[in-house]
Design a protein around this ligand. Structure first.
Ligand SMILES: NC(=O)c1ccc[n+]([C@@H]2O[C@H](COP(=O)([O-])OP(=O)(O)OC[C@H]3O[C@@H](n4cnc5c(N)ncnc54)[C@H](OP(=O)(O)O)[C@@H]3O)[C@@H](O)[C@H]2O)c1
Length: 392
């Protein structure tokens, strides 16, 4: 590891989120010493991204560029061999992600991504967990808005609850802002393969270990007076990530339950959203309609700086356990892109530079298991808020 030229390599640096990550790391270098390079499949596009970084730091002209294609295993291994950590935004991950994970495991390189695609993560758990453990490699998925605020918010909440208690936590998500072409393409691809996702989830559950009782809260719609909102069960990847952390770590106690919800003020919003989602899922099953959907928002496009500046998110955690109750919150700005670039960059730096303060773990891991409170500290220092709003 000590001979690696770069602490972090950003793969997908020419995409919408990748450019934000490149800008974040360029700014960050003024406050923390580390080395990084940009990687992608087009040298010309990489040069354009690097040139744009000169506005942040004239020294950015010296950032090295590495050419690699997600479909060319040798090029991915060459990138992995140069880095302590490869950070990737190349999605849809179900289509492009696996060869890079294989390359990182082969070269003994840690890996972080921002996938929110359950089928991809389940495939990695079944196919790479054992090899990554044997190689001492940390493969950490879901280091963006999916699922850092939820996974680390629960860990933060547990820190304020009595050890050894039976605990139920409900995460309630509020978020404004719009989405990029890459997110849209990944969602359409996931909707088109729901059957495959269910099969992978069964395989991954069989691979799960742990003797304590860990379960999801039975999903149901309800009015929550403490938040003056309806809570709508939210079947994203986040509850799966939280429950995987709970199975892996004793801190979650002997009996842990987690429920995950969207917070909405009016039921009419919910009905409109559900109808639109059902239409998109149905269209994604038909190849011709799916291609039309994909064209609606092309790769590379995304919300403008002004749109992102107005966006906010907050995840409120309602916790109770053995006679104690507590409300906590994780919040920040634009969840999907500005804050995701921050979360992903800080995760990569945490693995690359905080190694001696991290748990001794390897394999296909959640953020809480791989980096735990060390990553919370980094994100707080970077401006994300983790707070207790009602001590109960
Ligand atoms: N979990 C979260 O919270 C979160 C938030 C944001 C985004 N995401 C996910 O992150 C992914 C990226 O989103 P985005 O909006 O940034 O997408 P994007 O703008 O479409 O960028 C995709 C990137 O992948 C690269 N790429 C595609 N095929 C490649 C290949 N064969 N070899 C090498 N590079 C390849 C593209 O390179 P070119 O420029 O050369 O085309 C581009 O750099 C999506 O899967 C999205 O769902 C997740």
């Amino acid at each position: 590891m000590s001979e690696r030229r770069f602490d972090v390599v950003v793969f997908g640096a020419t995409g919408f989120t990748g450019k934000l990550v490149a800008a974040y790391l360029t700014r960050k270098r003024a406050r923390e010493p580390f080395t990084f390079a940009l990687a992608g499949r087009s040298l010309e596009k990489l040069e354009q991204v690097r040139a744009s970084l000169a506005a942040i730091d004239p020294g950015a002209a010296a950032i090295e560029l590495l050419v690699a294609d997600a479909s060319d295993r040798a090029s991915l291994e060459a990138v992995a061999a140069e880095a302590r950590v490869v950070l990737t935004t190349v999605g849809p991950f179900a289509l492009h992600g696996e060869p890079l994970v294989a390359a990182c495991v082969a070269k003994g390189t840690d890996y972080v991504d921002i996938t929110g695609e359950p089928e991809f993560v389940d495939r990695l758990i079944v196919g790479y967990d054992e090899a990554a453990r044997a190689a001492g490699v940390r493969v950490v998925n879901c280091c963006g808005f999916d699922s850092i605020p939820h996974d680390l918010g629960v860990l933060f909440t547990l820190g304020a609850l009595p050890k050894g208690a039976r605990i139920t936590i409900e995460g309630c998500v509020r978020s404004s802002g719009t989405y990029s072409g890459g997110t849209w393409q990944s969602a359409v691809n996931a909707f088109a393969h729901l059957g495959e996702a269910r099969r992978r989830a069964r395989e991954a559950r069989r691979a799960a270990t742990g003797g304590r009782s860990v379960r999801g809260v039975r999903p149901s719609l309800r009015w929550e007076p403490r938040l003056s909102s309806w809570l709508v069960p939210l079947p994203t990847i986040d509850p799966q990530v939280v429950l995987r952390s709970a199975r892996a770590l004793d801190d979650y106690g002997p009996e842990f339950r987690y429920g995950h919800y969207a917070q909405v003020k009016h039921l009419s919003t919910l009905v409109g959203g559900a109808v639109a989602l059902a239409g998109i899922v149905a269209a994604a099953q038909v190849p011709l309609a799916r291609r039309a959907l994909e064209r609606l928002r092309p790769s590379g496009a995304g919300p403008s700086e002004a749109e992102r500046a107005k966006a906010r998110f907050a995840v409120t955690f309602l916790a109770r356990g053995d006679g104690v109750s507590l409300t906590t919150r994780v919040s920040g700005g634009d969840a999907g892109y500005d804050e995701t670039a921050k979360m992903l960059s800080e995760s990569a730096l945490c693995l690359a530079r905080d190694r001696e303060r991290l748990p001794a773990r390897a394999g296909v891991l959640t953020p809480a298991v791989a980096m735990g409170t060390q990553l919370i500290a980094r994100l707080q220092a970077a401006g994300l808020r983790f707070e207790t709003v009602d001590p109960g």
